[in-house]
Design a protein around this ligand. Structure first.
Ligand SMILES: [Zn+2]
Length: 111
């Protein structure tokens, strides 16, 4: 059957950004399935990853938002499989992955 020959599609974008690299430390990309930064161990996206992503996508803000939303979906999948009863909630993951990005609301708009 031909469907057995085709590769299984990925669920979302491949988490290979930010692409900023140094010679002495690993990149600030997520280590799956726990979604911790492979360089500093903080929950991804860590502060360095956010800074590098902002620089990398400086002229592509919509693309950054779509990339982050896709990774949020992948993280939900991984983290709920790891811990289905006590994993992070959707609001927490949205705040962590998407809300810090270029299209966030200002505090003044929420009143
Ligand atoms: Zn990091």
């Amino acid at each position: 059957m031909i469907s057995e020959l085709l590769p299984t599609p990925r669920l979302g974008p491949h988490p290979d950004r930010p692409r900023h690299r140094t010679l002495t430390s690993p990149p600030h990309t997520p280590l799956r399935p726990v979604w911790a930064c492979r360089a500093c161990g903080h929950p991804w996206p860590c502060a360095s990853a956010r800074l590098n992503l902002k620089a990398e996508f400086a002229r592509q803000e919509a693309t950054l938002t779509i990339y982050l939303a896709g990774l949020m979906y992948e993280a939900m999948h991984d983290l709920y499989h790891l811990n289905p009863n006590d994993g992070p909630g959707p609001r927490d993951l949205f705040t962590r992955f998407v809300a810090w990005g270029p299209f966030r609301r200002s505090i003044a708009e929420e009143q």
